[in-house]
Design a protein around this ligand. Structure first.
Ligand code: PMP
Length: 435
């Protein structure tokens, strides 16, 4: 067991300041128990906690740090931009540069707007879709996360398609009722929803690869069919690429699947760990935004020069040849190593992966939607998580999150991680094994 005295003391102090001791819920370790590590430094693939423990990090600030922590070019860009002023509340050249780098990779963003978080991006894209179509309903998928705006804090009821029921207190039922929730990877309920609410659905918002209920890959023609239903019914397609953008490929999931969404939401990765988001898409839709149009949307810190410069430095690095090949090779090495261990030990652990994103589920069955996700063994994950943490490997502190590999991870880091998984699974009687 690593020493966590300082982390514990700081967390106790934080609990007197912040609800639950944190400023974003999953950080509190509620899903896995134990003491959240207070992190004081990150360098490359590693993070260091307040007690001096070092971890190979697969959280990567929940995705954005695709180059690892404190990448020298990102840090230099931040230093230089900050020296020129931390915020102007006026147009600055860094915004234009970052926009050009984004559009070069994702041409579907004919016009875009910067915001300060993924939540804002999704919330604003939905407002725009509602205004553009003159419709009020929104269709989302169970288990997909699109930030914490009221309209998106809605999950499905017990199976099947239902009217939205708020999944957070404080969300007005009348607003939640405008959000329809369908199961991921199932096209029939989507078709039914469009039949039932003909002419009323403004947009379908979807994570093209679901990465907020663990990693759930879209099956066969799921995305293409959803796009087809939506467009035949005059609804817009909003791809939430806050996780997948610049991660699964330079051009995001839309490039991988050959789909041009009407609107795209981007987040943290385009800010290299600074608070950034963006949404963009078809010019005729985007022109409805103020000041060129009648849909209000604004932000004092939107297009913040320091955040924009950090993002531009990261995206410039991601243009270099071989970056995504390297991420794929590291991902494949981890994937193969884990499968080897699982085969050897007979553990009921399923590994899913796309490029540098991976998801682990303690279950015997294939995971394809929220129902099968919830049937996985979250308690086994919690034990596994702590066994990994004790060996210096930081995974997400929740069974329903994913892991991220960065270009800073080395082949040796991956080997060490696989060895830690072997030790974690073989010493833990509580982790279920196949019979
Ligand atoms: N959409 C997706 C797909 C996300 O994963 C997240 C956050 N992880 C968000 C939206 C919200 O982004 P933020 O936390 O920056 O508000």
């Amino acid at each position: 067991m690593s020493e966590v005295r300082r982390s514990r003391r700081l967390f106790e102090n934080a609990q007197t300041r912040f609800p639950g001791g944190v400023n974003s819920p999953v950080r509190a370790f509620g899903g896995v128990g134990g003491t959240p590590r207070v992190l004081v430094r990150g360098e490359g693939p590693r993070v260091y906690d307040a007690d001096g423990n070092c971890y190979i990090d697969y959280v990567a600030s929940w995705g954005p740090l695709i180059l690892g922590h404190s990448h020298p070019r990102v840090v230099q860009a931040i230093d230089r931009a900050a020296a020129d002023g931390t915020s102007f509340g006026a147009l600055n050249p860094h915004e234009i540069e970052l926009a050009e780098l984004i559009v070069e990779a994702m041409p579907s963003l004919e016009l875009l707007r910067f915001v300060s978080s993924g939540t804002e991006a999704c919330m604003s894209a939905i407002r725009l879709a509602r205004a553009y179509t003159g419709r009020e309903m929104v269709l989302k998928f169970a288990g997909c996360y699109h930030g914490h705006a009221d309209a998106m804090l809605v999950q499905t009821g017990s199976g099947g398609l239902t009217f939205g029921v708020p999944s957070s207190a404080g969300v007005p039922a009348a607003l939640a009722a405008l959000t329809i929730v369908a199961p991921y990877n199932d096209t029939e309920p989507v078709e039914r929803a469009f039949r039932q609410h003909d002419g009323k659905i403004a947009c379908v918002i979807v994570e093209p690869i679901a990465a907020n209920m663990g990693l759930v890959l879209p099956e066969h023609d799921f995305l293409h069919q959803v796009v087809d239903f939506a467009h035949r019914n005059g609804a817009l397609i909003v791809f939430d690429e806050v996780i997948t953008g610049f991660r699964v490929a330079h051009g995001g999931a839309q490039k991988v699947f050959g789909i041009t969404p009407d609107l795209t939401c981007l987040g943290k990765i385009i800010g290299a760990g600074m608070p950034v988001g963006a949404f963009g898409g078809r010019a005729d839709i985007m022109r409805r935004l103020a000041p060129s149009g009648d849909v209000y949307q604004a932000g004092t810190l939107s297009g913040n020069p320091v955040a924009m410069a950090a993002g531009a430095a990261q995206l410039r690095e991601l243009r270099a040849p071989g970056v995504y090949e390297r991420l794929e090779a590291l991902g494949a090495a981890l994937d193969e190593g884990l499968r080897r261990v699982i085969r050897e030990l007979g553990t009921q652990l399923r590994v899913y992966r796309v490029g540098s994103i991976f998801g682990l589920f303690f279950t015997a069955q294939h995971v394809r939607d929220l129902v099968t996700v919830m049937q996985s063994d979250a308690k086994a994950y919690a034990k596994f998580f702590h066994a990994m943490l004790d060996q210096g490997v930081a995974l997400a502190p929740s069974a329903y999150e994913v892991g991220f590999i960065s270009t800073a991870h080395s082949a040796a880091d991956i080997e060490d991680t696989v060895a830690a998984v072997h030790a974690a699974l073989s010493t833990r009687g509580a982790v279920t094994t196949a019979t």
